[in-house]
Design a protein around this ligand. Structure first.
Ligand SMILES: Cc1ncc(COP(=O)(O)O)c(C=O)c1O
Length: 420
């Protein structure tokens, strides 16, 4: 039996409550947020975000003194987020020049940046080196050639290896298996090391592995760590990200603390005691802090179901159509209810669904729908399908809300066109 739909509040950020049947997010009612910022809009509970960053940083620091939590910024690359994470003392993982630019604009200390990417261009590497990025993660032999050629001063590098660990997650976000497009094969590591050592400026400080995303068991992380330990003693071990978020009632991902316990226990057994331990959480850092507010545009009753069509969809959330990710939803002003509905988007594809089947309270045109756990990888992949404008991002905290990225405009939509 599915849980009563008012339980949906458990999936939102911890500061979310229901008052007079309405969702109140970080002290701000859903209807006030929608009125002030329009829909669709991504609402981030800033306090929940900071609390999660501290839980990670304090938790890892308490278990392994020489350590750093690096936020995988691909999960929600917005300048204001970079600023928050920098204020909380985290390092930042940037994959490519765009994320680098936003991180620098957010005031991140370049020395705390970790540059990733399986296809870093000359231009991206040159920009990162010019900015003084602290660590570059080498993903392949071409990276070694490029970095060796473009570096003009000492540069710390890690080698990302493919640990040969297949984690149970969607194929599109599993990255640790043999023949992954990411990383250097374990058997090629010695050759990579030889080539790095032959460069003038690159200093191989350690190893990196990332086994994938939305992983809800601890074994793959431990296995990957053990494989890194098997490659020898280094000063740095970067264990990547990957811990899953709780999207549905059934999801039970390990807590941050259980994850850190497992990693540090395995590190004690397999890694040098003084080594620096780095982790790169993305999804588990930001997913739960975010929720998306939509407005119902149309309600259609077919023979088999009730379609609730909203003013967003796969333009702001591709997780459903790319990975089949299940989300929950509620009418934001009438939490609860028992009308089984399909919440669908406004885009021209039948696959444009937000929630295939969910119980709502008699949704009507003009109602607000809230979808929890949209903080990670939703805005990241927002697009202009059907000319949709990419939504704004709003920080809510202690009863007030502020815009940190405004909605795109139609002028911006036309702004790059070149007409003869
Ligand atoms: C190298 C690297 N580190 C960290 C992450 C973050 O993973 P997650 O968001 O699942 O924590 C990713 C995500 O793809 C990644 O590629």
């Amino acid at each position: 039996m599915s849980p009563p739909s008012q339980d949906v509040v458990q999936l939102f950020a911890p500061g979310t409550v229901v008052r007079d049947r309405e969702l109140v997010i970080a002290g701000v009612t859903a209807s006030r947020l929608a009125e002030e910022f329009g829909t669709p809009a991504l609402i981030i509970d800033e306090d929940a975000l900071r609390e999660r960053a501290r839980r990670y940083a304090d938790g890892l620091g308490a278990r392994w003194a020489n350590s750093l939590v690096v936020w995988a910024s691909k999960s929600l690359p917005v300048t204001a987020l970079y600023r928050v994470m920098a204020e909380e003392g985290l390092g930042i993982d940037v994959a490519g020049a765009g994320e680098l630019v936003m991180a620098l604009a957010g005031g991140v200390d370049p020395a705390r940046l970790v540059l990733h990417g399986n296809a870093k261009t000359d231009d991206e590497i040159a920009r990162a080196l010019a900015a003084g990025v602290g660590t570059v993660v080498i993903d392949n032999f071409d990276d070694i050639e490029r970095l060796g050629r473009l570096s003009i001063r000492a540069q710390s590098v890690l080698v990302r290896v493919t640990p040969g660990v297949l984690a149970a997650t969607h194929a599109a976000i599993a990255t640790g298996q043999d023949d992954s497009k990411f990383g250097i094969r374990l058997e090629d590591f010695a050759e990579a090391r030889r080539r790095i050592d032959a460069t003038r400026w690159l200093s191989l400080d350690g190893l990196h592995a990332h086994v994938g995303s939305q992983i809800v068991t601890l074994e793959p992380f431990v296995e990957a760590l053990e494989r890194l330990g098997g490659l020898g003693a280094f000063g740095v071990y970067d264990l990547g990200g990957g811990l899953g978020a709780r999207y549905t009632y059934a999801d039970q991902p390990p807590s941050v603390e259980a994850y850190l316990d497992a990693l540090t226990m395995a590190a004690r057994a397999s890694l040098p005691a003084g080594a620096r331990l780095i982790i790169e959480p993305g999804r588990s850092m930001v997913a739960e802090a975010g929720c998306t507010l939509y407005r119902v545009v149309s309600v259609k009753r077919s023979a088999t179901r009730t379609y609730v069509a909203v003013d967003g969809g796969m333009g702001d959330n591709l997780e459903v159509s790319l990975y089949g990710q299940r989300f929950e939803a509620t009418v934001a002003t009438r939490v609860g209810g028992s009308t089984r509905c399909s919440v669908v988007g406004r885009h021209c594809e039948s696959g444009d669904q937000l929630v295939e089947s969910v119980e709502l309270d008699e949704p009507a045109v003009g109602d607000l729908i809230a979808v929890p756990v949209t903080g990670a990888y939703c805005l990241t992949m927002a697009n202009n399908y059907n000319g949709a404008l990419r939504p704004p991002i709003v920080f809510a905290s202690r009863g007030s809300a502020r815009l940190v990225r405004r909605r795109e405009t139609y002028e911006e939509l036309l702004g790059r066109d070149v007409l003869a």
